[in-house]
Design a protein around this ligand. Structure first.
Ligand code: HEC
Length: 317
């Protein structure tokens, strides 16, 4: 049976497969029974015809008819009940479901997690119910996940939803099955179902800027992210503020006429409370970053400044 279906990753999928298979078997049984009986009766009547010209018109067997009708009605009610319960179950998400906002557009999907992080792949924890709130930014798409037997329209200007609970770890196909133009074949991504620890590790790797990067790389990233770039060059050019090139370990005069060495402590102070001491030749216009950058991030910036300074190299030796 499993050879006929895509892999299944949730109990809803197995449930749907069983319902489908049950109805399929009942249908095959009914066809074989009806066609079989028809053939038997045709042969019987033929034989009677040959012997005796008068065709026997048998009386209806009321008991037999009642059994036949009741069995058929019973089967129909059973199938309806199975499908209806399954349908209701798939419509209403449990209260503790994790909410993920899905946006479909030409030609990709976005998944926004409860912590605000947005990814282009869908990551969930096995055993955790997940509700998908789906909308489209342009034309009609669908969110189709064969392994979950899930297929929900994504409509512009309207939100639809679907929920599921994955029950085994793995990576499964996610796509749209509504043609939406040239880029349609590329409108595919992945559903990754994790263990709890695997999910935390994934979330950390994509949201924690330190994972998989050196301190210097993080420093450069923060320079771009926190707009230090607007006032500090890295090639020696003087902008609103002094260039970051050769800044670390260098000696500067302050407006107050004191000489300072731009060491770790001074850099930290300059970032958190820039106006505490202002470098001569500059205005005290730098925004204080206290509360915006934590100690580890300042360390990363410092390490990066050090890597760009000739004085930094000497100091390090
Ligand atoms: C609005 C412009 C502006 C922005 C944005 C800015 N700075 Fe500054 N920064 C200055 C100015 C002007 C000075 C020199 C005056 C002073 O010391 O306050 C300075 C000084 C500094 C100093 C001390 C320089 C020295 O020669 O010792 C450091 C370190 C520094 N900034 C780091 C940063 C970092 C890191 C960021 C981003 C997180 C940043 N700055 C963002 C304008 C800016």
């Amino acid at each position: 049976m499993s050879a006929w279906f895509p892999p299944d990753a949730s109990f809803h999928a197995s449930e749907m497969d069983s319902a489908f298979f049950g109805i399929y078997v009942a249908a095959v049984f009914a066809v074989v029974l009806v066609v079989g009986l028809a053939i038997v009766f045709i042969r019987q009547n033929r034989r009677q015809d040959e012997g005796d010209k008068a065709v026997q018109t048998g009386k209806a067997n009321i008991v037999f008819q009642a059994i036949w009708v009741l069995a058929a009605v019973g089967l129909a009610i059973f199938a309806f009940n199975l499908d209806f319960c399954g349908y209701m179950d798939r419509q209403v998400a449990p209260g503790n479901a994790l909410q993920i906002e899905v946006t479909a557009r030409q030609w990709d999907f976005d998944f926004a997690y409860p912590n605000g992080f947005v990814a282009d792949t869908l990551h969930v924890v096995v055993g955790q119910p997940v509700q998908l709130n789906i909308k489209s930014e342009d034309v009609v798409h669908s969110l189709t996940i064969p392994a979950l037997r899930l297929n929900q329209a994504a409509l512009p200007g309207q939100q639809s939803s679907a929920w599921f609970q994955a029950d085994r770890p793995g990576t499964y196909e996610v796509r749209s099955n509504i043609y939406s133009g040239d880029g349609f074949p590329g409108m595919q991504t992945a559903l990754v179902t994790h263990t709890d620890a695997g999910y935390q590790a994934w979330m950390a790797s994509v949201t924690d800027i330190f994972v998989g990067k050196t301190m210097e790389e993080v420093g450069e990233l923060l320079y771009n992210k926190h707009a230090c770039k607007a006032c500090h060059s890295i090639n020696g050019t003087k902008l609103v503020g002094p260039s970051f090139k050769d800044l670390y370990g260098n000696t500067f005069d302050t407006k107050e006429g004191v000489q300072i060495v731009a060491d770790d402590a001074y850099i930290k102070e300059s970032i958190l409370t820039p106006n505490a001491s202002v470098i001569a030749g500059y205005e005290p216009v730098m925004t204080p970053y206290a509360g915006k950058l934590n100690d580890k991030e300042i360390e990363a910036i410092t390490a990066w400044l050090k890597s760009m300074s000739q004085f930094g190299q000497q100091e390090g030796n």
